[in-house]
Design a protein around this ligand. Structure first.
Ligand code: ATP
Ligand code: MG
Length: 196
């Protein structure tokens, strides 16, 4: 699984890793969250400002529930069948994102409980990029800002990731942090060193 702030390069690297493995004859499957399933599509709509409630922010609790539901659906519909067919599955975001993002506005223990039945990854790579650098990249890519992407929120999410990573590592998960401010090629090389 590849994790990081918005603009950290998770999509870029997930795509590169899967292309590289495939070219080596290794069966690999790229996927992402929100997923391409029905719940994931609804979340994408909500993140891009659809279904807004005038004068109010949509609650992180609602997103926590939706992301947890999407994850179970994503597992059943896509991830588990791919693993059963022998593929290495690389997901652009997993429950670490829920803990880091929704943990800013909802109780992280509750988010963890909602995700207790989600498959634990063998390896998670966190691309560490300062919130300001991630914001510059998003601006350079002229990506329309989604919910949760303002700088202050991204700083909170960054702190959420640090807490989440420490908690999950203490629970025995393998999570490796890579300096995501290096060039794309350097980040890719660092990832390949970990994957082997
Ligand atoms: N190592 C890098 N150095 C400089 N620019 C990069 C690097 N990696 C990615 N970028 C650029 O930064 C932008 C964001 O990258 P990308 O879409 O992979 O981020 P992301 O983490 O998937 O963001 P989001 O979570 O918003 O989808 C893109 O324009 C990409 O080309
Ligand atoms: Mg992306």
């Amino acid at each position: 699984m590849i994790e990081g702030l918005d603009g950290a390069g998770t999509t870029t690297q997930a795509k590169r890793v899967v292309e590289h493995l495939t070219s080596k004859g290794v069966k690999a499957h790229a996927t992402r969250e929100p997923s391409d399933g029905p719940v994931g599509r609804l979340i994408r709509e909500m993140l891009t400002g659809h279904h807004a409630i005038e004068g109010e922010k949509l609650s992180q609790g609602t997103f926590g529930l939706l992301f947890a539901a999407d994850r179970m659906d994503h597992l059943q519909r896509e991830v588990e069948p791919q693993i059963a067919a022998g593929a290495i599955v690389i997901s652009d975001r997993w429950y670490h994102s829920s803990l880091a993002y929704q943990g800013t506005g909802a109780d992280r223990d509750w988010i963890a409980m909602l995700n207790a039945r989600a498959r634990r990854p063998e390896l998670t790579i966190f691309l560490k990029v300062r919130p300001e650098v991630a914001a510059k990249r998003r601006a350079a890519a002229r990506r329309k800002e989604e919910l949760f992407e303002d700088l202050r929120m991204q700083q909170e999410v960054d702190a959420g990731y640090q807490a989440t990573i420490a908690e999950l590592q203490a629970a025995g998960e393998r999570i490796e942090t890579i300096d995501g401010e290096q060039s794309e090629d350097q980040v890719f090389a660092a990832i390949m060193q970990l994957i082997g």
